[in-house]
Design a protein around this ligand. Structure first.
Ligand SMILES: *[C@@H]1O[C@H](CO)[C@@H](O)[C@H](O)[C@H]1NC(C)=O
Length: 220
């Protein structure tokens, strides 16, 4: 199987992480530290690697179906999905049967003003008022506006409850518990932040973050 340069870099990174992970488990074991889920974790990681290496160009091959966990969503396959075991929800966007083409990501102009993220414990009343205003405007937008609060909540619902099927497959796509978890949520927050800023005409608006690793940020 021929691999492109990006896949080679990913392969090397994966291999490195896997070796480090194994070494960590081995050293924990040899130091008699209890680590009851080590076996499950190793199996899960190996399972992901198998699925990844067997799926080519986002298309699941027959042999790849066993292990492959996530490829692209089939945007015309939206259907009600289970938010919880006992809760069927319908988060499909209006007109999903005829989706618009994907738009490639454009990097922002490097000359545009910087957004400075502040730790949540250090924001002031002016900042809270600004955030509050942006959220109120977002919540007042009609449902057909994709920038509205409900549509953004639905976006998360769609991808976390398996409302879309994967392409060329009827297996649901879920971004949770897969390698898409971090990039997908980063993408969602990236655009959420920009929409909030644009609603109050502030190109520097930045969401606060939780500084969980310093005493001032720790929740008592
Ligand atoms: C996407 O879903 C639609 C509707 O279920 C189906 O007809 C179509 O074949 C699917 N396309 C792919 C590429 O999986």
């Amino acid at each position: 199987m021929a691999l492109g340069p990006c896949k080679w870099i990913s392969t090397i990174t994966f291999a490195f992480l896997l070796v480090m992970f194994t070494v960590t488990l081995w050293s924990l074991e040899s130091n008699q530290v209890q680590y009851p889920f080590a076996g499950d974790l190793t199996k899960m990681i190996l399972g992901k690697l198998e699925g990844w290496s067997l799926s080519k160009h986002g298309v699941i091959t027959e042999e790849g179906k066993r292990g492959a966990k996530s490829v692209g969503p089939n945007m015309t396959s939206c259907h009600p999905s289970y938010g919880r075991k006992d809760l069927l929800v319908d988060c499909c966007p209006p007109g999903f049967q005829l989706p618009l083409p994907f738009v490639d990501f454009q990097f922002p102009d490097p000359q545009s003003p910087l957004r400075i993220h502040r730790p949540a414990h250090a924001v002031d009343v002016d900042y809270i008022a600004k955030y509050d205003k942006a959220l109120s405007i977002m919540k007042s937008l009609p449902h057909h506006d994709p920038r509205s609060f409900s549509r953004q909540a639905n976006l998360h619902c769609l991808f976390c409850t398996g409302a879309y099927d994967q392409q060329n497959s009827n297996a649901p796509l879920s971004i949770h518990r897969t390698w898409l978890f971090f990039p997908w949520h980063r993408m969602m927050i990236y655009f959420h932040e920009r929409i909030l800023g644009s609603l109050i005409g502030d190109e520097t608006f930045a969401l606060p973050y939780w500084a969980w690793d310093i005493p001032q940020g720790m929740i008592k």
